[in-house]
Design a protein around this ligand. Structure first.
Ligand SMILES: Cc1ncc(COP(=O)(O)O)c(C=O)c1O
Length: 447
């Protein structure tokens, strides 16, 4: 009789289509089927245990099966699993909105819920656009957005329109709205080209076109899906002042960076920046359930308040907006941050990670190691000294993560970049083990 895991694997291959996955390869390969989690570990149906080195796609904060979050969801389940947020409200969504406003940068006053990062971004873009349309007069011309090359804001068409990763986005261009772009500020160690300065480009664009720009969207401090590309200190602050100077709304996408990943609750705190719109998702529920929020200012909110007949309503919503179970998880997540001083406790671990990653620099195919808090990208290169990349077909990132998997670590690459983003709760011992496995896996895959 076929084992349970064998049957599951067969049915997965027969019925399922996985995201961001070349299914022709998938159908030939054998992948873990994860059944349980405990702290920083994932356990598959065969009972094998793995370290979760990417926080289950950048979401897990306090670990899996965190008792306080489990309890909060169960308590809400005993009341109601879902009730609509269109025309009704519920206690936990109200409490959570208040808590988010309290921890968000000063000036953000209102919370609009949705259910994933891409929708949080869509909402910010539509709010910014509609805000200017409702201001009328010369503001009617403010219809364009500015985004960075290499940016990633999700996979729905609005989010793809402001995305800048050719591999993911180019094909869809005929379906997208036009976006003005500025270069990413990140320079790799082997980049000798004289690319234009991002801020100079932005200023020149705004000087000429600001009256047509509704907003600028950016991932603060680090362009995550581009391969963890950090921006130089002061960059975000300069973006903020240019947006203010030219009357352009600043949208910060903290879907990846929010909830402690960079060492502070939100990345923008590190440069003392308040956006006009802030997009949150992923870690908002501690990695438990899909929930997102777009926060904005009283001023933008007021731009939508008008007599019914003027039709200034924000005509946007999703069926599961502010799902009560997800709100319960999110509130419990925030309580854990406070009660366990999660941010204080992650700081020494960030320093430990930085120290231990240094040992990887001696590996001959490691070209660059980029770290912002607990977000790490290790770029592999065919010839690191000359800056010669591995070709796409070499699948070097995939080969490396399969080596890691054999050694008991689950990670996921971005092309040739090995991404590490452990749960903030990871122990210092597991952190060291993760780095050791990554070193061995890179050696095994590249030599
Ligand atoms: C910065 C950023 N924005 C938006 C998204 C999209 O989030 P979701 O996958 O929840 O739609 C991501 C996902 O990785 C992200 O990194």
């Amino acid at each position: 009789m076929a084992s349970r895991s064998h049957r599951l694997r067969q049915d997965d291959k027969r019925y399922v289509w996985h995201p961001f996955t070349q299914m022709q390869d998938w159908l030939r390969e054998r992948h873990p089927i994860i059944e349980r989690g405990e702290g920083s570990s994932l356990i598959d149906v065969d009972g094998r245990r793995y370290l979760d080195g990417v926080s289950s796609l950048w979401v897990t904060v306090h670990g899996h099966r965190k008792p306080a979050i489990d309890r909060a969801i169960r308590a809400q389940l005993a009341k109601i699993a879902h009730t609509t947020f269109l025309g009704l409200s519920h206690p936990l969504a109200i409490e959570l909105a208040k808590a988010l406003v309290r921890i968000a940068p000063d000036g953000l006053a209102k919370v609009f819920y949705s259910d994933n990062g891409a929708t949080a971004v869509e909402i910010a873009l539509k709010m910014a656009f509609q805000y200017w349309q409702q201001q009328g007069g010369r503001c009617l011309r403010k219809t364009r957005f500015i985004a960075l090359d290499e940016s990633y804001h999700g996979d729905t068409l609005g989010a793809v329109s402001v995305g800048g990763i050719d591999l993911f986005h180019r094909l869809y261009r005929p379906l997208l709205f036009p976006t003005w772009r500025i270069p990413s500020p990140y320079r790799s160690p082997w980049d000798r080209s004289r690319r234009p300065d991002s801020l100079e480009r932005l200023e020149s664009l705004l000087r000429r076109r600001h009256d047509q720009v509704a907003g600028l969207i950016i991932e603060p401090l680090v362009q995550a899906a581009a391969g963890m590309l950090p921006s130089p200190p002061g960059f975000l602050k300069s973006i903020r002042s240019l947006c203010s100077q030219y009357n352009v709304l600043l949208i910060l996408d903290e879907v990846a960076t929010g909830f402690g990943r960079t060492g502070t609750m939100f990345a923008c705190e590190q440069e003392g920046v308040t956006p006009d719109l802030l997009c949150l998702a992923k870690g908002i529920t501690g990695g438990y359930l899909p929930l997102a929020a777009t926060l904005t200012t009283q001023e933008i909110f007021d731009g939508f308040c008008a007599p019914y007949g003027e039709k200034k309503t924000f005509f946007h919503g999703h069926t599961y907006t502010a799902n009560p179970l997800a709100c319960a998880a999110a509130l419990a997540n925030l309580h854990c941050f406070e009660r366990e001083r999660t941010l204080d406790r992650v700081r020494p671990k960030i320093a430990q990670l930085r120290r231990e990653l240094e040992s990887l620099r001696s590996l001959s195919h490691v070209g660059d190691i980029r770290q912002v808090g607990f977000m790490v990208g290790i770029e592999l290169m065919r010839d690191a000294a000359r800056g010669e990349p591995y070709p796409y077909e070499a699948k070097i990132g995939m080969r490396t993560i399969l080596e890691a998997r054999r050694r008991g670590l689950i990670i996921r690459p971005l092309g040739n970049v090995i991404v590490l983003m452990p749960p903030l709760s990871i122990s210092s011992r597991d952190l060291s083990r993760m780095v050791r496995i990554v070193a061995d896996s890179i050696s095994a895959a590249t030599e």
